[in-house]
Design a protein around this ligand. Structure first.
Ligand code: UN1
Length: 496
C-alpha cells in the first residue's frame, strides 16, 4: 500500500510549500511505489529551521533526565513496532528482513542507551589554584543541528544521530535520504508519539543536492552531522568550515579482512561471505577486500567462490533470500561499471559479474555476488568504494605485507584479521590504521555502546554512537564556570 510522506515541521505533518512530490520505490520490485513524498523547497527548509530555533530554549531547559525518558519511551514503541518498521524498511531499501530487523534493533539500542545518558551527562569539578574559588565544566547543547543521513541504514543511522542530539538538548532538522523517506517518517512519528514537544524534531524530505546542501549552508543551523559518500561529506565539511559550524562526517570505506595461514578457514569463510555480500555490500563497513596469505589463498578462494555461488538473490521479504537488490538504477549501473573496470584492469572474474533478471529478480536492481581474484593493490577495484556485492581478493606474502595492503588506501573505517596466533593478532591490532579492528570476526557488526568512525577519508570530526569519544562529543560543547567567592579580585597566574 502506497504511503504519503510529508514533512514534519513545528509538530505538524505538512505538504511542501510548492506541493511537489517525488516517489520512493521498492528496489526489489520497481513497479511498487512505497510512498509519495513531499519535495521540499528552500522555504520548507527555512520553516523547519525556524521551528527548531523556536523550540530550542524550551528543550534546552527541559531537564536531561526528562529528555531521556522520552527517548526511552521511543525505544519501547520501536520495540513494539519493530516488525512493522522492519518490513517497511525491506520494502523501501531492499535489505533482507533479518537485517532490516537488526537495523531497527540498532535504533532501539541507541534509544535506550541515550535515554540513560540523560542521567549521566556529567562534567567535572576541578580545584582552583586560588582560594575561595571553584571551577567546573559541563556539557551544553550546540543549538540547532542538521542531520543528513543515508539510505543504507534508514533507521539505525538516523537514530545514531537523533538520540544523542536530542538527549543533550539540541533541536533538530532531519534530512533523510530521498530513497528511504517512509522509514524516516515512521521514526519521527514514533518520537512524536513518545512525547517529543513540537518543533524539537523537524523532518524535511528532498534530494541531497537541493535540500541537503541548503541545510548545510543555512546560517540558522549550528552543526551538521552527515553520513554518506566521501565526495559529498568533504563538500559539506567545506561548507560548514566556511561558516564556522561544527561538522562531523561519517564517510566511505574500503574495508578488508586479512586471512592468515593459520586461520580457521571455515570461520573466515562465514565472515567473508557475511561481510562481502550482506546488505548486498552496501554498508560502509562491508568487507570489499580479502587479503589472503599465499599459503591458503587458492584453497580459500575456491571455498569463497563456491559459497558465493550458493547465495540466493531475491526479495528481502522472502525467507529464503540471502542477498537483496541494490538501492536504485544509478547504483546498479555504477557497480556494473566497476565490474567492467575490474576486468579491464586485468583482475580475474571468479564468479558473478552480471545483473540478475530471472527467478523473481525481473523487476528489481539485482547484481550477482561477484568475486575478483588476482587483484593487485593499485587497481581501482582495490582502492575505490564500490558499495555493491563485489569483493576483491588480494594475495599477501606475510603479515607485514597484508597490513601494508590493508592500510594502502585512502580509507580507514574497518579492518579484520583471522588468525589463531595471539602475537599476530596483537601486531595487527596495533598496526591496522582503521577506526575499528575486528579479530576473528567480519568487518560488520559494530555495537552502539562504543564509538564508531574511521581514519583518513572515512571520517571527519567526531565519532558516532556511544562510549567515550562517541557522539555526545559531536552534539555538546563544554562550558566552563569559575566561581569566585573570596569577595576580592583574585588574579589567576599572578596572585601566587
Ligand atoms: C554503515 O554501514 O554505515 O557495523 C553503518 C555495522 C553496522 C553499522 C553500519 N552496525 O555494519
Amino acid at each position: 500500500m502506497k504511503k504519503t510522506v510529508q514533512n514534519f515541521i513545528g509538530g505538524e505533518w505538512t505538504a511542501s510549500a510548492t506541493g511537489e512530490t517525488f516517489e520512493s520505490i521498492n528496489p526489489a520490485d520497481t513497479s511498487e511505489v512505497v510512498a509519495a513524498v513531499s519535495k521540499s523547497s528552500r522555504t520548507d527548509v527555512d520553516n523547519a529551521v525556524n521551528a527548531a530555533r523556536g523550540a530550542y530554549r524550551m528543550w534546552r531547559l527541559t531537564p536531561a533526565p526528562k529528555r531521556g525518558e522520552i527517548l526511552y519511551k521511543a525505544g519501547e514503541i520501536l520495540t513494539k513496532r519493530k516488525r512493522e518498521l522492519g518490513e517497511l524498511l525491506t520494502r523501501e531499501m531492499g535489505k533482507v528482513l533479518a537485517e532490516a530487523l537488526g537495523d531497527v534493533q540498532e535504533a532501539i539500542d541507541m534509544a535506550y542507551y541515550m535515554a540513560g545518558e540523560g542521567r549521566r551527562l556529567s562534567g567535572e569539578t576541578i580545584p582552583s589554584e586560588l582560594p575561595d574559588k571553584d571551577c567546573k565544566s559541563g556539557r551544553v547543547p550546540i543549538g540547532v543541528c542538521g542531520l543528513i543521513t543515508p539510505w543504507n541504514f534508514p533507521v539505525a543511522i538516523p537514530a545514531w544521530k537523533l538520540m544523542p542530539a536530542l538527549v543533550s538538548g539540541n533541536t533538530v532538522v532531519f534530512k533523510p535520504s530521498s530513497h528511504t523517506p517512509a522509514c524516516a517518517a515512521m521514526l519521527v512519528e514514533i518520537l512524536r508519539e513518545a512525547g517529543l514537544p513540537a518543533g524539537v524534531l523537524n523532518l524535511i524530505n528532498g534530494s541531497g543536492e537541493e535540500t541537503g546542501d541548503y541545510l548545510a549552508s543555512h546560517y540558522g543551523i549550528d552543526g551538521i552531522s552527515f553520513t554518506g559518500s566521501t565526495a559529498v561529506g568533504l563538500g559539506i565539511a567545506k561548507t560548514c568550515a566556511e561558516r564556522g559550524k561544527r561538522v562531523s562526517c561519517e564517510m566511505g570505506g574500503k574495508n578488508a579482512i586479512i586471512i592468515m595461514e593459520d586461520a580457521d578457514l571455515s570461520l573466515a569463510l562465514e565472515g567473508a561471505v557475511w561481510g562481502g555480500f550482506g546488505t548486498s555490500g552496501q554498508r560502509c563497513t562491508s568487507s570489499s577486500r580479502l587479503v589472503v596469505h599465499r599459503a591458503v589463498h587458492d584453497k580459500f578462494l575456491d571455498m569463497f567462490a563456491a559459497a558465493a555461488g550458493r547465495l540466493r538473490l531475491g526479495s528481502g521479504l522472502k525467507p529464503e533470500t540471502d542477498v537483496g537488490p541494490v538501492i536504485n538504477k544509478a547504483q546498479m549501473e555504477k557497480v556494473l561499471k566497476y565490474i567492467g573496470t575490474g576486468k579491464e584492469e586485468g583482475a580475474k572474474l571468479v564468479t558473478g559479474g552480471n545483473a540478475c533478471r530471472e527467478g523473481g529478480c525481473e523487476k528489481g536492481y539485482f547484481i550477482e555476488p561477484t568475486i575478483f581474484s588476482g587483484v593487485t593493490p593499485e587497481m581501482r577495484i582495490a582502492q575505490e568504494e564500490i558499495f555493491g556485492p563485489v569483493v576483491s581478493v588480494l594475495r599477501a606474502e606475510d603479515l607485514d605485507d597484508a597490513i601494508g595492503i590493508v592500510n594502502g588506501t585512502a580509507y580507514g573505517l574497518v579492518s579484520s584479521i583471522y588468525t589463531r596466533d595471539v602475537n599476530k593478532s596483537a601486531v595487527a591490532e596495533r598496526e591496522l590504521d582503521t577506526g575499528i579492528v575486528y579479530i576473528n570476526s567480519s568487518t560488520i557488526g559494530a555495537e552502539i555502546q562504543l564509538p564508531f568512525g574511521g581514519t583518513k577519508r572515512s571520517g571527519f570530526g567526531h565519532e558516532e554512537a556511544g562510549g567515550r569519544g562517541g557522539s555526545l562529543d559531536m552534539f555538546t560543547k563544554w562550558k566552563v564556570v569559575y566561581r569566585d567567592f573570596s569577595g576580592r579580585l583574585q588574579k589567576a597566574q599572578i596572585d601566587r
